[in-house]
Design a protein around this ligand. Sequence first.
Ligand SMILES: Cc1cc2nc3c(=O)[nH]c(=O)nc-3n(C[C@H](O)[C@H](O)[C@H](O)COP(=O)(O)OP(=O)(O)OC[C@H]3O[C@@H](n4cnc5c(N)ncnc54)[C@H](O)[C@@H]3O)c2cc1C
Length: 346
Amino acid sequence: MLTLSKPNFIQESVPLKPHNSFRFQATAGYFAIIDRLESLELALKWANSNNISITMLGEGSNLLITGDIDGLVLINRLQGIEIEEVGDQVQLKVSAGENWHQLVSFTVEKGLAGIENLALIPGSVGASPVQNIGAYGVEVKDVLVSVQVMDRQDASLSWIEAKDCGFAYRDSHFKGAWSERYFITAVCLALSRQHELKLSYGGLAKGLPNDPSLQQVFDEVCAVRAAKLPDPKVIGNAGSFFKNPIVSNNLYQKILDEHPDVVAFSIDDSNWKLAAAWLIDKAGWKGFSRDGVGVYEKQALCLVNHGADQAECLLRLERDLKSDIKLKFGVILEREPVQLGCLPSF
Ligand SMILES: Cc1cc2nc3c(=O)[nH]c(=O)nc-3n(C[C@H](O)[C@H](O)[C@H](O)COP(=O)(O)OP(=O)(O)OC[C@H]3O[C@@H](n4cnc5c(N)ncnc54)[C@H](O)[C@@H]3O)c2cc1C
């Protein structure tokens, strides 16, 4: 393959601290902000012809950067929203670099229901299908029609239907097998003017009047989240650090016998989803802090960075916390954020 020369908009040796919400330091070998599809295509062709790996990021709010990234880091800032009436639905084609919360706010202003429970989730629209973002009983898959992708091999664009994306709890093919294959460039969402509000999760209804408006639900979600989650602008974090573990009936019964107050939800006849925050809290880790990192005092599921420069201390905390939970409850916690960069040895 012909070796192409580096486009001017690609920089070298760029610090990634401003581009991850944990605020850990690391350097990208090459770096570019992408605000046009043409730039993405050029960057891709240059990297492929020089055998350079590419990592695409949105706003860095679901990352654990543990070391330098030698290849090319692209920050997706593709902008644009198109609205189309399709039967009794309203479809929105939204470019991947739009901010997710601003999109939710925009839809609520327009009286479009479907994603109001997902207000105040940090990050970009393009990352929303990667881990199938969810909150208060709604997941993005519930309103997703299709995802536009650019193939890393040949820079071709195509749309993949939502049903083929392998969506599951905080998971999709984009987080797994397709992570090396596609860049997400846009999503198509189907919203509705009918207010089919979901209020039965996480005590949402408690703070709302009977028959609330879309705007009231949006405001309540924002208020509840702001009261209990750490603001990444103030304190480094990546939201929930662990997924809620799914355990067998047997293990659930064993935990229930010892701890009648365990918080759990039945998934099916043989499995239960446990609240990871309850396990961490019960084990005494909530509010714990060491070496500049810790467990957030208002929400045990969030690990926070009080001022450490590198992720090493957080990895140690994660290791100790996980082994304690395993010892006390027999449960293995699984990390939610995506790890990037070389691993420090410790
Ligand atoms: C305070 C806080 C609260 C949170 N609450 C929630 C919550 O309630 N529910 C929830 O589900 N999540 C939550 N999160 C996690 C996070 O907000 C979401 O995962 C969000 O979708 C990440 O978006 P991002 O643009 O920051 O992605 P990034 O962190 O930049 O990237 C995440 C992953 O997606 C990949 N990626 C990003 N953009 C693209 C693209 N265009 N194409 C291909 N791959 C891409 C990256 O390579 C990486 O692997 C929370 C995070 C914080 C800090």
